[in-house]
Design a protein around this ligand. Structure first.
Ligand SMILES: Cc1cc2nc3c(=O)[nH]c(=O)nc-3n(C[C@H](O)[C@H](O)[C@H](O)COP(=O)(O)O)c2cc1C
Length: 165
């Protein structure tokens, strides 16, 4: 049984969260493909899909929303889980991602979960840096790997349970 974990990321930290999810899914015996949303040609072979995006200025990365729109018909009847990767300790950046709600409705997603993110100032372009002046440290990483793995393991258990029927 194959599960897809597809993400949109600007600076890589959401992709790393997806890799940890893939490991947790595989540990439960599922085949998991982990990739960027724009690498996905078809979702036809998947028993379940996890779609995630980093959050910038309260929005998902547009490629994640486009992925949901492009594959909405194919995903009808396929269980979908969504996650956002964002909060990094700056209250000014804690805007709930509006797109996640719309994509939840569009795909009939089972759940949307927000995970804390990572921010490395050296990775940011000038405009991004200007938006995060309140973060003093060069790098903050709030990613909760145990929570990420637990969530993915729960998804695996649901998928396997429903397949066993
Ligand atoms: C300019 C900028 C704006 C951000 N805006 C938000 C936001 O509105 N909400 C949020 O939760 N996180 C926000 N973040 C934090 C990012 O979502 C976080 O760093 C995330 O882990 C980045 O993922 P990526 O490395 O996959 O791109 C922002 C970060 C930057 C640099």
């Amino acid at each position: 049984m194959r599960v897809l974990v597809a993400t949109a990321s600007r600076h890589g930290s959401t992709g790393e969260v997806a890799l940890a999810m893939g490991q947790a899914l595989r540990a439960r015996g599922l085949a998991a493909d982990v990739c960027a949303v724009d690498e996905v040609v078809s979702v036809d072979d998947y028993r379940a899909v996890v779609l995630g995006s980093a959050v910038y200025h309260g929005r998902w990365i547009p490629a994640a929303v486009s992925f949901a729109e492009a594959h909405a018909d194919a995903l009808a009847g396929v269980p979908v889980w969504l996650f956002s990767s964002g909060p990094v300790g700056d209250p000014n950046l804690h805007t709930a991602p509006a797109d996640a709600e719309a994509v939840t409705r569009l795909l009939g997603a089972r759940e949307h979960r927000t995970f804390a993110g990572r921010l490395g100032k050296q990775d940011l372009d000038e405009e991004e840096r200007a938006g995060v002046t309140s973060i003093q440290r060069e790098e903050v990483d709030y990613r909760d790997w145990a929570a990420v793995r637990r969530w993915a393991a729960g998804i695996a258990d649901t998928v396997l349970g429903e397949a066993a029927g």
